[in-house]
Design a protein around this ligand. Structure first.
Ligand code: ARG
Length: 485
């Protein structure tokens, strides 16, 4: 298809070895629907403005319907824009050549990309919402499920599975926010900028923006055709989301390896040689999407760097980097949601691990500091106790008391009651005591989950509003087309 000529090339520049190289037909399939919508909105506006007569407008719109009906595979040309225009002319005759009045492929392609990318961004937002809901639901079930919390991937302090999952939900909520912000800046119309220098025709840019569901214009016509910063912004939101996903995936893979988590069979695979193995492959692929997303962002930034004003053909190569990011990150987000929702946390193994080692040392140090000792002195006592425990002493009151006496030259019970120390040594009581705002105590997490769920609801509304605006515009455009067709 890319080998054929089109109305833009005509007989000039129609041959030679660079023909296939110049073509974007393969990548452009993604903006086929977008281009049809952009063409329709443009033709309706040209008709309303009296730039094109009603009859020609009507037959162009009929031609576009025929092109849509025939499908993408029937098109041929250098790119989707030229191919559709050629097909319309083939279909309705020379009047089809009026469609490209008062525009250029430069504002056309920029509009098409925004039109399509905003849908991709909303789909990504949708995927983050499903993941956040899965995390919160699972967190609700596990506000009391003890587990070791880590720093440097070393067991550090006991926490709960609920607190861990809620921590990821909070990260993904920021990803949602970044995606929505990227959407809002993407959703502005460059149409009417023409090649870069505007047009002498009386176009109504606000009108085409409205018909296409955009929130406003990219005003300056030179900027409108040149910029792809909305792709950079979206791709960086996607890259950030992918990095969050990769962290979650690593935690789940490692917990599965430690025997703390059973990944559902649907998200596991086996070995081709070791039949006993159950591998968390899906989560490893979720983790790997960060590579694609970072590649997409870097591809964009590198292609765009140093481009002069206004349109340059390099821009044709920039766009697919954004599509690749979307295509890597959205499925990964959906799979992560499914894996989280179906995974089984092994409560017993986690509880055992939470009390292994001297995981409550910090909590006991906190207790001594609350009793009036300088925290550094308390830390010294617990460091000594930890050393004794490493050398075989039991995790119990006596061990702490012996260390305290060595450091303080005084008996521990002049500072704290034995019972309080014993409570602090118990992982469950230790977690419950850390009830600061945002902390892991079951009561704190319960309260946080209520707020987080409300946040998901709000973001769901924000998504629904945006989708409704696009649907409303699509219907309005359809009505305008139907009136003329
Ligand atoms: N296929 C081109 C792209 O994606 C469309 C714009 C072509 N414009 C031009 N002046 N050659 O950028």
């Amino acid at each position: 298809m890319s080998e054929e000529s089109d109305v833009v090339r005509g007989e000039r520049f129609s041959g030679g070895p660079a023909r296939g190289f110049l073509s974007s037909m393969v990548a452009d399939e993604r903006i086929f629907r977008a281009d049809l919508a952009v063409d329709r909105a443009h033709v309706v506006m040209l008709d309303e403005q009296g730039v094109v007569d009603e009859e020609s407008a009507g037959s162009i719109l009929d031609g576009l319907a025929a092109v849509e009906e025939a499908g993408y595979d029937q098109l041929s040309g250098e790119d989707v824009h030229a191919a559709i225009e050629s097909a319309v002319i083939d279909c309705i005759g020379p009047d089809g050549g009026r469609m490209h009045t008062a525009r250029s492929r430069n504002d056309e392609v920029a509009t098409c990309i925004r039109y399509r990318f905003r849908e991709d961004l909303l789909d990504t937002v949708d995927a983050t919402l499903a993941l956040r809901s899965a995390l919160l639901e699972s967190a609700r079930e596990h506000t009391e499920t003890l587990m070791p919390g880590y720093t440097h991937r070393q067991p550090a302090q006991p926490t709960t599975v609920g607190h861990l999952l809620a921590s990821y939900e909070q990260a993904f909520a920021r990803d949602t926010e970044r995606l929505v912000a990227a959407y809002d800046r993407t959703n502005r119309s460059p149409l009417g900028a023409a090649a870069f220098a505007g047009t002498p025709f009386e176009v109504d840019r606000e009108r085409t923006a409205d018909l296409l569901g955009f929130d406003g214009l990219v005003e300056n016509s030179m900027d409108a055709v040149s910029t792809r910063d909305f792709l950079v912004e979206g791709a960086s939101a996607l890259a950030s989301l992918a990095v969050s996903l990769s962290g979650l995936a690593t935690d789940l893979v490692e917990f599965a390896s430690d025997g703390y988590l059973d990944v559902h069979d649907d998200y596991a695979s086996t070995s081709s040689i070791m039949p006993q193995k159950k591998n968390p492959d899906s989560l490893e692929l979720v983790r790997a999407c960060a590579g694609d997303a970072n590649a997409g962002l870097n591809g964009l930034l590198t292609t765009l760097k140093g481009l002069p004003r206004a349109y340059n053909r390099d821009l044709q190569t920039a766009t697919p980097h954004a599509w690749d990011s979307v295509d890597a990150v959205v499925p990964a987000t959906e799979v992560a949601a499914g894996a989280v929702a179906t995974a089984r946390w092994e409560r017993e193994a986690l509880a055992d691990a939470a009390s292994a080692g001297f995981s409550t040392a910090t909590g006991v140090a906190d207790l001594l500091a609350m009793a009036g000792l300088p925290f550094r002195t308390a830390h010294e006592i617990l460091a000594l106790a930890a050393e004794d425990i490493e050398n075989g002493a039991a995790v119990e009151y006596e061990t702490v008391a012996t260390a305290a006496e060595a450091v303080l030259d005084d008996s521990l019970d002049t500072y704290v009651e034995r019972e309080a120390v014993e409570r602090a040594l118990d992982p469950e009581a230790s977690v419950a005591s850390r009830d600061s705002f945002g902390g892991p105590a079951p009561a704190s997490v319960e309260a946080a989950l209520g707020r987080r769920e409300a946040g998901v609801d709000e973001d769901e509304d924000a998504l629904a509003d945006r989708r409704a605006q696009l649907d409303g515009a699509a219907e309005a455009l359809e009505r305008e087309v139907a009136r003329r067709g």
